[in-house]
Design a binder for this molecule. Structure first.
Ligand code: NAP
Length: 263
């Protein structure tokens, strides 16, 4: 099933669940930047919230806000029992420590899944694994390659695949082309989270039954959004960009919010 179709189906299931709940889940998004990409992500999150029946609230602060002041805002929402999920949209202004803010969010409300003590799986890896499970991918014993090792995607992705009993190999900017070719040729699952247009292309050899998940989002010379993978790779499944992992990430956020509310 296409990602778009799957997301639509799951959103409807979530909507039905919310209808039957005594309390409407509430999500707060704190934004302290003037970043147009953040504006677009937030619009998407608020749209999803509204469609599913959650209350979504944007608390926009001036980017000149001090770290101390922002920590106070976070504390206020941590202590507010009507708030189920709390997100601080990244990036933050340079004078504010992202680490300090992330760690200040109550782990029970950290629906982004960034807090090391939180119960929530970060949204991008969670969305990907849930979708692959729905598509019938059997994780146990499969060779999974994760290209990229960032804290936000690559590392949590590899950790989750390991927990699903895959044989995980993590590649990065210091991996040689020769090794990259070797690991990709033997992979049953390839997750690419780099941020380089068409890094993974038809010049590599693939298992015909491999699954390729493209996390990358790159603005091309044509002004359009493109992934890290060349479209039309000779594999069994390849997620598109746009209309792929971005939607799965948004869906996983809504799933985390519902979980937070139930807790
Ligand atoms: P990041 O923090 O810049 O990390 C990029 C990773 O790619 C690094 O680990 C880097 O290796 C590795 N890398 C760079 N050049 C490489 C190469 N030539 N070969 C192999 N690995 C290479 O980026 P990120 O935050 O993980 O994001 C990655 C991409 O995913 C971006 O395009 C971002 O926009 C997108 N993204 C999408 C979503 C979504 O919901 N769709 C969510 C998050 C991110 P080193 O560690 O060695 O430097």
């Amino acid at each position: 099933m296409e990602v778009k179709e799957y997301v639509k189906l799951r959103k409807e299931e979530l909507r039905q669940e919310v209808l039957a709940m005594p309390h409407t889940p509430k999500l707060i998004i704190i934004q302290a930047n003037d970043n147009p990409a953040s504006d677009a992500y937030i619009r998407g999150k608020l749209k999803d919230s509204a469609e599913i029946g959650f209350v979504g609230v944007l608390d926009k602060r001036d980017p000149s806000i001090s770290e101390e002041e922002l920590l106070k805002v976070v504390k206020q929402y941590n202590e507010d029992p009507s708030v189920d999920g709390l997100i601080v949209q990244l990036p933050l202004p340079k004078h504010i420590s992202e680490e300090a803010i992330k760690m200040a969010i109550d782990p029970k409300k950290d629906v982004d899944g960034f807090h090391p003590l939180g119960d929530f799986i970060p949204c991008t890896p969670k969305g990907i694994v849930n979708y692959l499970s729905h598509e019938g991918f059997e994780f146990t014993g499969k060779n999974a390659v994760v290209v990229g090792r960032s804290n936000i995607v690559g590392k949590p992705m590899a950790k989750l695949l390991l927990a699903k009993n895959c044989n995980v190999t993590q590649l990065h900017s210091k991996t040689s082309r020769e090794d990259m070719e070797f690991y990709i040729a033997h992979a049953d699952l390839i997750v690419v989270a780099v941020g380089r247009l068409a890094l993974i292309d038809k010049s590599f050899k693939y298992k015909p039954d491999a699954y390729v998940v493209d996390v990358g989002m790159n603005r091309g010379d044509d002004g359009k959004l493109h992934g890290d993978c060349e479209p039309g790779l000779p594999v069994a499944l390849q997620t598109p960009v746009p209309g792929g992992v971005g939607l799965l990430t948004r869906l996983a956020l809504m799933e985390n919010l519902l979980e937070a509310t139930k807790k």
